[in-house]
Design a protein around this ligand. Sequence first.
Ligand SMILES: [Mg+2]
Length: 283
Amino acid sequence: MVGHMEYRNEKARQRYDAVVAVAPEVVVGLDFDGTLSPIVDDPRQALIHPEAPETLGALAAEVQAVVVITGRPARQVVELGHLEQLADSLPDGARLSVMGQYGHERWDSSSREFSSPEPPPGLQAFRDELPALLAAQDASDALVEEKGLAVAVHTRGLPHAKQTFLRLEDTLEEAADRHGLTLEPGRLVLEVRAPGMHKGLAVRAAIEEHHGRGVVFVGDDLGDLEAFEAVRSLRIGGLPALLVCSSSDEQEALAGLADVVVPGPSGVVELLTTFIADVAAAH
Ligand SMILES: [Mg+2]
């Protein structure tokens, strides 16, 4: 077994061993930004960690399914993650998929097709109002990211990124409410999107669809909290489950809930590599 991994306690080590034991039937859910790719100033440049695609391929060969569960559009993650190329090299039967925009959008390595619902009603009206909302909070220079089913406002890169984020949070939440939308805060990003879907529902759907008999979930940010909660409640119901936090100075919320805390995407790759080796040794 692994020597250098930081478990929170003995229980966490037992949870790790329990998912290794059922690994061929485990669904591994992974967030993208801050988990598989380092956070960068321009979200369009958030390329996957260089060793992650190969690691995900090796992982997919050992477990039931690997599912990237992200707030990003599925298409972006497939591009930033080089997942088309990875799909070409997957062994027969290995399953890799993406649940984009918190589960609204889908892509998988066998069909290679994208599916996406219509944008939520109210999003266009919110979009039209946004420039005035930003101007009123002295945040006209914030990067506005168009996501199709959502709009994200990034304050990273602004002179007073955190203060601007806090000023905008109330304003955008109020506007989202008025338009029947929901606000999702993240690491210096505020996203406005359709209500009714979150990563907790997505991870449950992934487990159900793949008939998972165990789960590993890895995340770094507030948008992953619902997935952590869902996995914790499935574990109470008897499902072997491991929660991993990709840690950062910017967000501490998940670390206390995780069984294993690793230092960012390079730590995630290292953990998965160890997991793959332990699974290969055990099966
Ligand atoms: Mg993230």
